[in-house]
Design a protein around this ligand. Structure first.
Ligand code: ZN
Length: 171
C-alpha cells in the first residue's frame, strides 16, 4: 500500500511536522505491524526525525544548516538554488519507521518532519506501508541483551581491514 499526501509550504525554509499524515496512512492501511517508508520526490527538500516538543530545536537545525551551506558561495548551478539542493542531500529524502501495534515505534519527543529549503512550493510525500509477512508473529517487543564487548570484536575489525587491503591489491 502506498499513500500520497500533498503538502503546501508557505516559507522559503521551514520544518513541517508531518507525523499525523503518516498516522493517517497507517490507520487507512489497517496494518498492525510492519515498516513504514516515507519518501519525497524532491531535490530541494528533505525528511528527518527530530524533536517535536520545542520548536526552537528545528529552528536551530535550520539556522546551523544555513551557516554550513551559505545561500551564495560561487555555485555553478544556473538555477541559483544550490544551497537548497545541498541541504536536501544532507537531510536525505527518505526514512523508515517501525510500525508496532498500529503505532509508530518512535521516541516520545520524536516527530517526522518535511524540511522545506526552497519554498514556498507544493510538496509530495509518499508513504509506503509494508506489513510484516504473515508468518511473522509480532506479539511483543523482544528485548535482546548485547554485551558491549561483543559489539567491538577486535579480531573481526582486523579481518575487515585485511579484506580491504586484498581488494585494493586486486585493482
Ligand atoms: Zn536547482
Amino acid at each position: 500500500m502506498v499513500y500520497e499526501f500533498s503538502i503546501r509550504t508557505f516559507e522559503p525554509q521551514e520544518f513541517i511536522d508531518i507525523t499525523t499524515y503518516i498516522y493517517r496512512a497507517i490507520d487507512a492501511s489497517g496494518i498492525e505491524n510492519g515498516i513504514c517508508h516515507v519518501f519525497i520526490p524532491h531535490t530541494t527538500a528533505g525528511v528527518t526525525i527530530n524533536e517535536n516538543a520545542d520548536p526552537d530545536v528545528v529552528d536551530d537545525i535550520l539556522g546551523e544548516l544555513n551557516m554550513l551551506v551559505p545561500a551564495h558561495d560561487g555555485y555553478a548551478h544556473i538555477e541559483g538554488n544550490s544551497a537548497a539542493h545541498i541541504k536536501s542531500s544532507m537531510m536525505g529524502v527518505s526514512l523508515q519507521v517501525i510500525i508496532h501495534g498500529a503505532s509508530l515505534l518512535m521516541g516520545r519527543w520524536q516527530g517526522i518532519y518535511l524540511a522545506e529549503f526552497d519554498g514556498p512550493r507544493n510538496r509530495t510525500v509518499y508513504v509506503k506501508i509494508q506489513p510484516d509477512p504473515e508468518h511473522f508473529k509480532t506479539i511483543d517487543l523482544q528485548e535482546v541483551e548485547v554485551e558491549v564487548e561483543d559489539k567491538v570484536e577486535v579480531e573481526d575489525k582486523v579481518e575487515v581491514e585485511d579484506k580491504v587491503e586484498d581488494e585494493k591489491s586486486n585493482e
